[in-house]
Design a protein. Structure first.
Length: 254
């Protein structure tokens, strides 16, 4: 039974990848003769000569890396201050607020203020909106790092004369490296796949890969949608594989 369940899970995970990959390399497809279609890399060549796809890829990378970097640093510092005592630890409950509602609704709630600040349809507005949504997650995740053993180790380093910066640089950051990388990866994925807030705040003008994917779907162009979907899915898979093989195996986090 376990083997059957394992096979079902694997097939369920691979089917979407197989589907978008096959759509990206088929020239013509008429239902239901999917596997009898002509296979070619023409769609990939068309996509990489399309300025929207190239700019969407670079834009998604810039936004996701920027937000993940800022969120990880912010979450590490803020979570340390919040979990320092029980009174401020109650502030962690506020971090759950953005996740009580759908991202598109959250974006709509911010729309009035972004329109007033003239950030609607701007790259800066999309980055700020995603930042507001993702920063609380980094705080919640990294709050699990600050346990009694960590604080006692930091206290011992301080009692031996180490400055706060030295404690962070030589004690806390090395100990938190697995948490920091996983937080970075998670924040990257949230930003990378984010659609609702980007669509509402960017009003379709900030064309990330998620926006382009839906655009090609609406234009009834499943082949280019498949190419962009592959570009959207494969980099995170590589990131997760790198995380599993390099960082988690070298730490006691798991």
């Amino acid at each position: 039974m376990k083997r059957i369940a394992y096979i079902i899970v694997i097939v369920s995970l691979l089917m979407p990848l197989v589907t978008i990959t096959s759509l990206s390399i088929t020239v013509q497809w008429q239902y239901p003769q999917l596997w009898n279609a002509n296979f070619s890399l023409k769609n990939w060549l068309v996509a990489f000569t399309n300025n929207d796809v190239l700019s969407g890829l670079s834009l998604s990378l810039i936004i996701a890396v920027l937000i993940a970097s800022i969120a990880t640093c912010f979450g590490f510092i803020v979570s340390g201050f919040i979990t320092e005592n029980k009174k401020t630890e109650q502030l962690l409950q506020l971090a759950y607020y953005p996740y009580l509602i759908a991202p598109v609704v959250f974006g709509a709630m911010l729309q009035f203020y972004f329109a007033w600040l003239k950030l609607t349809g701007m790259l800066a507005g999309v980055i700020l909106a995603q930042m507001i949504f993702i920063l609380p997650y980094s705080v919640l995740f990294l709050a699990t790092f600050w346990n009694n053993r960590i604080r006692q180790t930091a206290f011992q380093a301080s009692s031996l004369g180490a400055s706060n910066w030295h404690v962070y640089r030589t004690v806390l950051i090395p100990m938190a490296r697995p948490w920091l990388f996983i937080c970075f990866a998670q924040c990257f994925l949230i930003s990378w796949f984010e659609y609702g807030i980007t669509q509402v705040t960017g009003i379709g003008k900030v064309k990330t890969l998620t926006i382009l994917t839906m655009q090609f779907v609406k234009e009834a162009n499943p082949h280019l949608a498949g190419v962009v979907a592959c570009l959207l899915v494969f980099p995170p898979l590589l990131l997760l594989a790198f995380n599993q093989r390099v960082f988690l195996k070298q730490s006691n986090f798991s």
